[in-house]
Design a protein around this ligand. Structure first.
Ligand code: GLA
Ligand code: ZN
Length: 664
């Protein structure tokens, strides 16, 4: 982490307000306790109103006002909104959708990331802005673009992107014969005689080849990473002393975030507990909010920044619920507890015009500070000292969940069950631990599995011998592994294995074979342990034969009544568990209680439902956060060794408390 004294910041758009308001804004920001602002990420037209006519004076002016009040600046490259004059000169920058229709100007993210003219404009512009601010010590860092991949159902499918895809495939498969074999293009006469025949997956009368679809998603991910890298290279060479980050979006799926994170100094994240419009429930469950934060922390295995923390009611055309008194403070504390080293709120003042007139900032339209300003000011004064203790240090958990973009994409292409969702299944496992105040890390295939006592690797649909070996080594050396339904089904090209029974390369490790299965359309099946019904298997059922494994639970209905539903296999020094379905909440609790006990997984502290207890390690101790997500007052029973630094043992609705334990 590049050291600086930024803990709290706010997203500020001086270009939306008259010049004579800027001082007032800076004074109010300083009074609230802010250290920094993020700005510039959508103001290309104002910075360069025509080709090579650069107007940074207004921005210099705003930065110098902010600086005079001690505020630092993070600048965004404004490449997510190329101005109308660029589009007029190069209309082919506008993206083509899956129907083959070129989309129009008038929103943002209206771009084809492979377009050469667009990239040339970016190279020109980013060089210029980086040179302009290289020696400005108020500018401490850069945000590349904004939420890369956002706004697109699919990335652009223009001719140019299609050729890029064909090149990418040529690089991967070398010969067209190899691609044909890998995809199984003999099916439906899809055999290609040259790479130039391969389509971007536009809408067809029915479905595309699943292997092609998976490669398209990988290609789009690589394109986003390459697009970001182009800007990182320029900024790093001109401004080596300033940090470079990007604002990620939790489990958003257009690029492999582990790879997108690699060349950034640290990742940042945008956290909106009320989400977008028309979402149900109105506020995302707190377990899911926590999962997003832990996932982001896992990307680089270190703390991160929040560059957009919700500051008011969200909404574009339709509006969400206003945050209840205390919720902004609670959500800020949750972000910090799960690894944020700095929190910036989106946005300073609610805009009077444009698409986001109702996406509320800290200040209302009038600019007069009110309830939200007061709450955030209080939050900053309370949490600033806490953050000083914990900054830069990441928690290490005993439990990890493996996240894989390839698996996620493969299940988007073929969900099997209409409601099966890879990320949601992972979050269900996460939620079990969350509800018990047991910390969880999210990791990738590249992580060191051996650091964890329990590893949960759901839906390992695609695999190969190398991946299987990594799992085997982990368990053999004493690790405990949970695998779930639809594991070991396909190779990395999204083609089914044929050499062995399911679960393919994992059969030996799991000590089972799956000879039959059942997709639960409008069906769920009871599962028992001993003679007790534990709950229901949902969405899918693997009908399991035991080789070396032992059964822990059994199906209690259908023609497979009495056959194993959950198994465990002792392998080397560890245990490999298999769950042949997606459990409902009761069943999840029943199964995971058994496994957690076997693995000696302990909670940080027991608490009532709705109260989250999180720990963050500090250099010389640990901070514990108690977060009441419920609308009722609750009592907590903190550990006697914990020293209270904030709050009390009775938490009001949405209230927080913080404790500290020194390492003796
Ligand atoms: C995203 C963007 C912001 C803003 C908010 C609200 O997180 O990064 O620019 O648009 O959503 O819509
Ligand atoms: Zn394109």
């Amino acid at each position: 982490m590049i050291e600086n004294n930024v803990f709290f910041g706010v997203d500020y758009y001086p270009e939306h307000w008259p010049r004579d308001r800027w001082d007032t804004d800076a004074i109010l920001m300083k009074e609230a306790g802010f250290d920094a602002v993020r700005m510039g990420e959508f103001s290309w037209a104002k910075m360069e109103p025509e080709l090579n006519h650069f107007c940074f004076e207004w921005l210099d002016d705003a930065i110098s006002i902010l600086k005079s009040y001690g505020l630092k600046v993070v600048l965004g490259t404004p490449t997510a909104a190329p101005p109308a004059w660029i589009i007029e000169g190069n209309p082919e920058i506008l993206p083509v959708n899956e129907l083959g229709i070129r989309m129009g100007f008038g929103g943002r993210h209206h771009v084809c990331m492979s377009n050469k003219s667009y990239r040339e404009h970016i190279i020109r512009f980013v060089n210029e802005i980086a040179e302009h601010y290289r020696d400005n010590d108020a500018v401490i860092g850069w945000q590349i673009d904004n939420e890369l991949g956002n706004s697109h159902k699919e990335l652009c499918m223009c001719e140019n992107c299609q050729s890029g895809f064909q090149e990418w495939l040529k690089n991967k498969y070398k010969t067209i014969q190899k691609l044909n074999e890998s995809y199984g293009t003999v099916f439906w006469s899809q055999t290609y005689s040259d790479f130039h025949q391969i389509p971007a997956p536009k809408v067809t009368p029915n479905s595309h080849n699943p292997s092609l679809l998976l490669d398209w998603k990988r290609f789009c991910s690589d394109l986003i990473i390459d697009f970001q890298q182009m800007q990182i290279d320029i900024i790093r060479s001109i401004c080596p002393d300033k940090f470079i980050t990007h604002n990620f979006m939790g489990f958003y799926d257009k690029s492999d975030y582990f790879n997108l994170a690699k060349n950034l100094d640290f990742v940042s994240h945008d956290q909106y507990p009320s989400g977008f419009w028309l979402e149900d429930p109105a506020v995302t469950p707190s377990s899911e909010l926590a999962a997003n934060l832990d996932f982001i922390e896992g990307l680089k295995d270190k703390p991160f920044w929040i560059l957009e923390q919700q500051a008011g009611p969200t909404g574009w055309e339709i509006m969400g619920k206003t945050p209840r008194p205390g919720q902004l403070r609670l959500w800020t504390a949750q972000s910090i507890a799960h690894g944020a080293d700095a929190v910036f709120y989106f946005r300073w003042r609610t805009c009077l015009f444009g698409t986001e007139q109702y996406w509320h900032g800290i200040l209302p339209h009038s600019g007069i500070p009110g309830r939200r300003y007061d709450e955030i000011k209080k939050t900053i004064s309370e949490l600033h000292p806490v953050m000083q203790k914990i900054r830069g240090v990441k928690n290490r958990s005993d439990v990890a969940i493996l996240f894989s973009y390839d698996q996620n994409w493969a299940f988007q292409i073929q969900p099997h069950h209409p409601d099966l969702n890879y990320t949601k299944q992972l979050i269900k496992y996460y939620a079990y631990f969350y509800e018990r105040n047991i910390p969880v890390d999210f990791i990738s295939y590249e992580s060191d599995f051996s650091e964890y006592r329990l590893l949960i690797a759901p839906l390992q649909f695609l695999s190969d011998e190398d991946i299987a070996l990594k799992f085997k080594t982990y368990v053999k050396n004493g690790g405990n592994l949970i695998m779930t339904m639809r594991t070991g089904v396909k190779d990395e090209n999204n083609v089914c294995f044929s050499e062995s029974q399911l679960p393919g390369p994992f059969s030996e490790l799991l000590g089972i074979e799956i000879l039959d299965y059942d997709c639960f359309l409008k069906l769920s099946v009871q599962v028992t342990i001993g003679d007790k019904i534990l709950g229901k298997a949902q969405k899918w059922c693997d009908i399991i034969n035991l080789n070396f494994a032992k059964a822990i639970a059994f199906y209690d209905e259908e023609f497979y009544k009495g056959t194993p539903a959950v198994t465990v296999n002792a392998y080397g020094k560890g245990d490999a568990y298999y769950i042949g379905f997606e459990p409902d909440e009761r069943l999840m609790n029943g199964i995971m209680d058994i496994i957690s006990t076997n693995c000696h997984i302990e909670p940080i502290l027991k608490s009532q439902k709705g109260v989250e207890i999180v720990q963050r390690v500090a250099a010389d101790g640990k901070c514990y956060f108690a977060l009441n997500h419920s609308d009722k007052a609750v009592r907590i029973m903190p550990n006697t060794e914990w020293k209270r630094i904030l709050g009390s043992d009775v938490l009001d609705p949405y209230d927080i408390a913080v404790f500290y334990e020194s390492i003796k």
